[in-house]
Every structure is written in C-alpha cells, then in structure tokens.
Design a protein around this ligand. Structure first.
Ligand SMILES: [Fe+2]
Length: 116
C-alpha cells in the first residue's frame, strides 16, 4: 500500500508500534507552475521508532511488507478538515487532497489483506 505524496499543513509525530513504513520526503520544484515536486530524502521506520514531521513536510508512505503496519499519529490541528494537497502519482502535479479517496484506499487494502 502506498499513500500518494501529500502534505498536512500542520506538524505531526508518527510512531510505529508494528510493521514498517518507507517515507519519501518531497520538495516543490522551484518555479514549477503546476506545483510539481521532486524527491528530496527518505526515511524507513520500523516498530518502536518515531518521526517528527514539520508543518511544511510533503511525504509519501509505502508499507513494503505483506502485513499490516500500525502507527500512532498525532497532528497539530484538524487533520480531516484542513485544506491541503496531494500530488498525482504519475505526473507529480499538485491537486487538492481527497480524504474520501484515501479512506477508500485503506478499506481496499484491508480487504485484500483479509482475503489473503
Ligand atoms: Fe502524511
């Protein structure tokens, strides 16, 4: 399962209690009229590790293992109602964040795990 590049517009702290996640951190391309991003760095998190995320962070998250990854997320604001962005997986163009699409992705991924 991979979450598209997205921002939060608020600080966050992510702490894993099981599984793995691979974060790619992105930065905006200077002067790009479509708000495209480019990869800047990466960080792998394992169980018992945490990562603080600054207010301006853009990241994508992949679970690279064939089972659930569990984490506690603390956000410095109203995560579900803050207007924010995500970036198209193929073009890396900035678009408004679609929380319903993300929730469907979690449901589909959980169903696939339950069926396997
Ligand atoms: Fe995130």
């Amino acid at each position: 399962m991979t979450l598209l590049p997205h921002n939060h517009q608020m600080w966050a702290v992510i702490g894993l209690y099981t599984g793995r996640e691979d974060n790619i951190f992105w930065r905006r391309r200077r002067g790009d009229e479509n708000g495209r991003v480019e990869a800047a760095s990466a960080k792998a998190l394992s169980a018992k590790e945490c990562s603080p995320l600054g207010k301006d962070i853009i990241h994508s998250v992949t679970n690279p293992i064939p089972r659930l990854t569990g984490a506690i997320h603390i956000y410095g604001g109203d995560f579900f109602n803050e207007p924010r962005s995500e970036w198209n997986a193929e073009t890396l163009v900035e678009v408004p964040y679609d929380v319903e699409k993300t929730l469907r992705l979690f449901e589909q991924s959980n169903a696939m795990l339950a069926a396997s």
